[in-house]
Design a binder for this molecule. Structure first.
Ligand SMILES: Cc1cc2nc3c(=O)[nH]c(=O)nc-3n(C[C@H](O)[C@H](O)[C@H](O)COP(=O)(O)OP(=O)(O)OC[C@H]3O[C@@H](n4cnc5c(N)ncnc54)[C@H](O)[C@@H]3O)c2cc1C
Length: 422
C-alpha cells in the first residue's frame, strides 16, 4: 500500500461571503459571533455539530465557574451575564444572589457545594457561579444569534484555509454537501482546538490529556442520595430530579490521549463509556439512594480540558496572575479553585502572529498551561470571544487588520456592551 495518494485538483464552490467568519459554536464562538454582529459586521458562525454551546452544552460542563474574583466582586459580565439573565427568565439556572457573594456562612457554602458551585481548597466563601440546564442554553443561544442577525451554519467542518499573503481569504468546509468555501474579511478561531490557526500555519502548543466524560443519572432517591456517607462526587441539577456526575476525577482511562487524533478519541469514547457504566454499577451497589438509578445521558462530547493553543503575540503566563492590568486588557477572569486570584487578559493573547486577520478566542487563545486553568473556563471563553468579535467588526470599519485594531476603541465598545474592565 503506498503511503500517500495524490488528490487531483478540484474546483470548490464559494457558497457565501461574510465580514467576520467565526468557526466553532462553543461559548467563545457564541460571544464572537454576537459581538461581531452587534458591532455592525455581517457575522457568520459555522459549527460542525447541530447545536451551540460546545463543551458548555454537549460536554455537559453545565456550571459557569466563575464570574467573580473570589472575594465577592463580579469580574465577568457582558454576554455571559446576558445569557444568565435569559436562562434565569426561563427558570433554567441556579446561582447565589449577589448579597451572598463573598460570605463565609457554612450553611450557604454547603448548599452551593451540593449544586457544584464550590470547588478547590477552603476556607470557602460563596462565589458567583451558575448551574444551568444545557438544553435551555442551546435554545437561548440559537435565539440570541438569530435575534442578533448572525448567519448560522451548522453541520460543516472547517478543513482548510486559503491565504493571500498575511491574510486568510477563504475557509474551506466539508459536509454532506461536499467541499465548500466561504470568503471572509476576518476569522475568529473558536474551535477549542486551534484548528484554524494550525491550518493557517501558525505555531501552537499541544497537550495530551486524560479525557473526562461527565454524565447525568436519573432515578436516584434524593432523600437518601443527599445524605449518603463517603459518597462519590455528584451534584444536584437545576431541575429537581437527577444528578450530574463530573466523571474523570477519581477514575481515569489508562493513558493520556491526543484530543486531535481521531483514533485516540475513538479509544477514549469507548473506554470512558465502559468505565462510566462500571461506575453506575458501583453507585447502585454502594451508595444509598442509587439502587435503581440509571444513566440518563452521557455527554455527547468527551471532556477535553486542553488540546492545542495558539502561540499568539502575547502568551498569558502563570506569572501574570494578580499583576496590574495590561494596557490592552480586554477581559478579567478569576480562578475557579483559588480565591482572589485574577488574570487580566490582553488583546495580544488573541492575536495570531503571522496572519493579520485571525484572532483566537476561548480555550485555544494564547496562554501557558497554568494560566489556561483560568482562561479556559466558560465565562472567560465568552469574554474573549466577545472581544474577538468586536475587534473584528471594528477593524472592518477602520479598514484595518483585526490584529492592528485600536485597542482603546475596542475597550470602549466592550464597556458599552456591559463588559467589566479595569
Ligand atoms: C472536564 C472538564 C470540566 C470543566 N469544568 C468547567 C466548569 O465546571 N466550569 C467552567 O466554566 N468551565 C469548565 N471547563 C472548561 C470549559 O467547559 C471549556 O474550556 C469551554 O467550554 C471551552 O469553550 P470554547 O468555546 O473555547 O470551546 P468548545 O466548547 O470546545 O467549543 C468549540 C466548538 O467548535 C466546534 N468545532 C471544533 N472544531 C471545528 C471545526 N474544525 N469546524 C467546525 N466546528 C468546529 C466544536 O464542535 C465546538 O462546538 C471544563 C472543561 C472540561 C473538559
Amino acid at each position: 500500500m503506498p503511503a500517500y495518494i495524490e488528490e487531483p485538483a478540484r474546483r470548490i464552490p464559494v457558497i457565501a461571503e461574510t465580514d467576520v467568519l467565526v468557526i466553532g459554536g462553543g461559548s467563545a464562538g457564541i460571544g464572537a459571533a454576537v459581538a461581531a454582529a452587534r458591532g455592525g459586521a455581517h457575522s457568520m458562525l459555522v459549527e460542525r455539530y447541530g447545536s451551540l454551546g460546545g463543551l458548555a452544552t454537549n460536554g455537559l460542563i453545565i456550571l459557569l465557574l466563575t464570574m467573580d474574583d473570589g472575594h465577592g466582586k463580579q469580574v465577568i459580565a457582558g454576554l455571559c451575564q446576558e445569557l444568565v439573565d435569559r436562562l434565569s427568565a426561563r427558570n433554567a439556572c441556579y446561582f447565589p444572589p449577589s448579597g451572598e457573594w463573598g460570605l463565609d456562612d457554612a450553611e450557604l457554602i454547603e448548599r452551593y457545594r451540593r449544586a457544584g458551585l464550590v470547588w478547590g481548597r477552603g476556607p470557602h466563601v460563596v462565589r458567583y457561579s451558575v448551574a444551568y440546564d444545557p438544553e435551555e442554553f442551546k435554545v437561548e443561544a440559537d435565539q440570541l444569534l438569530l435575534e442578533t442577525g448572525v448567519d448560522l451554519r451548522f453541520h460543516r467542518w472547517a478543513v482548510g484555509v486559503v491565504r493571500d499573503g498575511s491574510r486568510i481569504t477563504h475557509v474551506i468546509f466539508e459536509s454532506k454537501a461536499g467541499r465548500e468555501a466561504i470568503a471572509c474579511n476576518a476569522v475568529v478561531d473558536a474551535t477549542g482546538d486551534a484548528d484554524i490557526a494550525v491550518l493557517a500555519g501558525e505555531d501552537v502548543e499541544r497537550e495530551r490529556v486524560h479525557p473526562w466524560l461527565w454524565f447525568r443519572t436519573a432515578g436516584a432517591d434524593r432523600s437518601l442520595a443527599e445524605e449518603a456517607p463517603d459518597r462519590p462526587t455528584y451534584y444536584r441539577t437545576v431541575h429537581e430530579s437527577g444528578y450530574l456526575h463530573p466523571w474523570g476525577a477519581a477514575e481515569r482511562i489508562d493513558r493520556d490521549i491526543d484530543p486531535t487524533d481521531p483514533d485516540d478519541l475513538t479509544y477514549a469514547e469507548v473506554e470512558c463509556r465502559r468505565l462510566v457504566r462500571a461506575e453506575l454499577d458501583r453507585l447502585r451497589g454502594n451508595t444509598p439512594g442509587f439502587e435503581h438509578a440509571w444513566i440518563a445521558q452521557f455527554a455527547n462530547t468527551l471532556g477535553i480540558t486542553e488540546s492545542r493553543r495558539l502561540v499568539g503575540r502575547y502568551m498569558l503566563r502563570r506569572e501574570d496572575m494578580d499583576q496590574p492590568p495590561f494596557d490592552d486588557t480586554i477581559a478579567i477572569t478569576g480562578n475557579w479553585t483559588k480565591y482572589g486570584a485574577i488574570y487580566h487578559i490582553p488583546f495580544r493573547a488573541l492575536c495570531a502572529r503571522e496572519t493579520d486577520n485571525l484572532l483566537a478566542a476561548g480555550r485555544c487563545m494564547s496562554s501557558d498551561h497554568r494560566a489556561h486553568h483560568s482562561t479556559k473556563e466558560i465565562p472567560p471563553c465568552f469574554a474573549t470571544g466577545e472581544a474577538a468579535g468586536f475587534a473584528s467588526a471594528l477593524a472592518l470599519q477602520h479598514n484595518a487588520a483585526p490584529v492592528d485594531v485600536d485597542v482603546s476603541a475596542l475597550q470602549a465598545k466592550l464597556r458599552a456592551a456591559g463588559a467589566i474592565l479595569p
